[in-house]
Write a protein that binds this ligand. Structure first.
Ligand code: SF4
Length: 508
C-alpha cells in the first residue's frame, strides 16, 4: 500500500501526459528520495497527468503514443540496462534520432548523467545536469506551453535553460544547475512495499566539504548546503505524524552545524515515544560523540557504519581522508561505551599509489580493532576504486582485474583468519563501472548490444568486441592531465578544472 503525503489536484484536464520512470522495480522507486520528490512536484501541477513507471509496471492508463514527455531517474551506472528495457517494452526506439512526432520527448537526470552524460547522449532528447528540483517543473511547463511547436524548436528553447543539455545541438558549454539554498526534501510516499519499509527519509544536507579526491558525491555537489534546523524539526514532526521510522540522509550529515541539536531533538522525541526508530547514512569518525551514539541506540540502531577508506594513514592522506588512527579508535571506544553493538567499516582497494603495505595496514587495523574492542561487532565492506568524472582522481585508471582479485583473495583469507566478516565488491563489475564512468559518445551501439546480449559481464565484453571499443583505455589507463575529457563541456562553476589538476598533482 502507498500512502501519499500530498494531495494532487483532482479531475485534471491534462494538457500534458508525463511518464516519470524509475529504472528498477517499484520497491526501489519508493525508496528513492529524489525520485519521489520530483514525482510529487510533477503531480502537483494542475494540468499535467503523471504516471509512475517502473520495470515491474504492468498496466498504464495511457498508451505510449499518447505520452508527451518521458523522464528517467538515472542514479546508478548500470541503470541504462533497465532504461533500454523500459523503452523496448513500450516499443520506443532507443535513439532519439530514430524517434518522431508520435513518440514522447525523453530526458534523464540524476548523478550518473550529471557527472558524465556522454555514453548515453544518443538515448535522450535532452539531459538535466545537476539539481533537478524546480528545474523539472520549469521544463514540464515549457514543454506543455510549446507542445504544438516543432520538436527542434522546443529543444532549442530547452537548451537555453541553465542545466539543460541537448546533445543534438552540440552545445559548447553546459552549466550545471546548482540550487543556492536547499529546501528540505523528504519521502512523499510511505509504503510497506518500499525497500526501506515505511521509512520517512529526510535530506539534511547536500554535498560535502571534505573533498576526498575520489568522491563524486562531494565534487558534483559543491558547495555543501544545509537545511536550516527549524525546517528539519518541522519536517521530522511531519514524518512522525505518519510513521515511526525516520532516516537522515546526506553525504556528510554530521557536518551540519546544528547536528547535535538535531540529534537532541530526535532523542527527546524518542524518550516520549519509544517506538521511534532512526537511522543515519554513514558517520564520520569526528561525529561520533556520546550524544549521537545515545540517540542511535535509543532509536533502535545497534550498528552503524564508519568510512575509513584506507588502512594506512599515508594512503588516507593521499586521498585526502585526513583521519588518524587515534580518531578511529576513539570513535569505536565512544560507540562501545555508549551502547552501540558494532560498526561496519568501509574501505577501498586499488587506490592510486596503493602498495602491499597499505593492504597489510588494513588487516592490521582490523586486527587491532578486534583485539582492543572485544565483544564489539566489527565487519568490513570493501570496494575497488573507480575513477569518477569531476574528481581529482578522474585521470587515474581502475587497477587491473587480476591484481585486484589477488588483493581481494588475500584480504578474504587474512580476515577469515581474524574471524572478521569482509565483503568485497566484484573487480569485474567495477571494471565495467569504470568504463561507463569515463565513457564517451562512441558508446551508443556498444551499450545497445550489451543490453541485447543480456547485460551480464560477458555481454559487455562481447559487445565491446563487436563495436571495436578499447575498454581498457576507458577503464584502466592513466590519462594525461591534458587529455580532452568527454565531460569537459560541463561547467560545475566550483571547483574549476584547474583545482582538480592541482589536487591531482599534489599526490604525485
Ligand atoms: S568520502 Fe565522505 S567525507 Fe569524503 S568527500 Fe565524500 S562524502 Fe565527504
Amino acid at each position: 500500500m502507498e500512502n501519499k503525503l500530498y494531495t494532487p489536484p483532482q479531475n485534471k484536464s491534462p494538457e500534458l501526459i508525463f511518464w516519470f520512470c524509475y529504472p528498477a522495480i517499484n520497491s526501489f522507486a519508493l525508496s528513492s528520495l529524489g525520485y519521489l520528490w520530483l514525482l510529487k512536484e510533477a503531480e502537483m501541477l494542475p494540468d499535467v497527468c503523471v504516471e509512475k513507471i517502473t520495470t515491474d509496471t504492468e498496466t498504464t492508463c495511457f498508451m505510449p503514443s499518447e505520452v508527451d514527455l518521458m523522464a528517467f531517474s538515472f542514479s546508478f551506472d548500470f541503470d541504462f540496462l533497465n532504461i533500454l528495457q523500459i523503452l523496448e517494452k513500450y516499443k520506443i526506439p532507443f535513439r532519439a534520432s530514430e524517434r518522431g512526432a508520435s513518440h514522447p520527448l525523453i530526458f534523464a537526470g540524476g548523478p550518473v548523467v550529471s557527472a558524465n552524460p556522454e555514453p548515453y547522449r544518443d538515448f535522450f532528447d535532452f539531459i538535466v545536469i545537476g539539481d533537478g528540483e524546480n528545474l523539472n517543473t520549469s521544463i514540464i511547463n515549457l514543454i506543455k506551453e510549446n507542445k504544438n511547436r516543432p520538436r527542434p524548436e522546443i529543444l532549442k528553447l530547452l537548451s537555453e535553460i541553465e542545466g539543460v543539455y541537448v546533445p543534438s545541438l552540440e552545445q559548447k558549454t553546459v552549466i550545471k544547475s546548482t540550487k543556492k539554498s536547499l529546501e528540505c526534501i523528504y519521502s512523499t510516499i510511505l509504503s510497506d512495499d518500499s525497500f526501506f519499509k515505511d521509512t520517512f527519509i529526510i535530506e539534511v544536507e547536500r554535498g560535502c566539504a571534505n573533498c576526498c579526491r575520489f568522491c563524486l558525491a562531494c565534487f558534483l555537489n559543491l558547495p555543501i548546503r544545509f537545511v536550516p534546523i527549524e525546517e528539519l524539526k518541522r519536517v521530522i514532526d511531519l514524518g512522525l505524524a505518519h510513521t515511526n521510522k525516520i532516516a537522515l540522509l546526506g553525504a556528510q550529515i554530521s557536518a551540519h552545524p546544528k547536528f547535535n541539536e538535531l540529534c537532541k531533538y530526535i532523542y527527546e522525541k524518542a524518550l516520549e515515544r519509544p517506538e521511534i526508530e532512526m537511522n543515519f547514512s554513514s558517520l564520520r569518525v569526528d561525529a561520533v560523540t556520546p550524544d549521537v551514539i545515545k540517540t542511535l541506540v535509543l532509536t533502535g540502531s545497534h550498528h552503524s557504519t564508519l568510512a575509513v577508506e584506507a588502512g594506512s594513514e599515508r594512503l588516507r592522506k593521499v586521498i585526502n581522508k585526513n583521519i588518524t588512527e587515534e580518531q578511529i579508535f576513539s570513535a569505536v571506544r565512544i560507540a562501545k561505551e555508549n551502547g552501540l553493538k558494532g560498526f561496519k567499516f568501509y574501505a577501498m582497494i586499488g587506490l592510486p599509489t596503493e602498495t602491499q603495505e597499505d593492504i597489510d595496514a588494513l588487516i592490521s587495523l582490523a586486527r587491532r580493532l578486534k583485539t582492543n574492542f572485544a565483544g564489539f561487532d566489527i565487519s568490513f565492506g570493501v570496494s575497488t576504486f573507480v575513477p569518477k568524472a569531476h574528481t581529482p582522481f578522474q585521470w587515474f585508471g581502475h587497477e587491473n582485474i587480476k591484481s585486484l582479485e589477488k588483493k581481494s583473495n588475500y584480504l578474504k583469507k587474512e580476515f577469515h583468519k581474524l574471524g572478521i566478516n569482509i565483503s568485497i565488491s566484484s573487480a569485474k563489475w567495477d571494471y565495467w563501472q569504470a568504463v561507463l564512468s569515463r565513457g564517451d559518445g562512441s558508446f551508443t551501439q556498444f551499450l545497445i548490444d550489451t543490453y541485447k546480449l543480456g547485460g551480464k559481464s560477458g555481454a559487455f565484453k562481447q559487445a565491446a568486441r563487436q563495436n571495436n571499443i578499447n575498454t581498457d583505455y576507458y577503464a584502466s589507463e592513466n590519462w594525461d592531465l591534458n587529455t580532452r575529457l568527454p565531460w569537459d563541456f560541463i561547467e560545475l562553476k566550483s571547483p574549476p578544472k584547474k583545482f582538480l589538476q592541482e589536487e591531482y598533482s599534489k599526490i604525485l
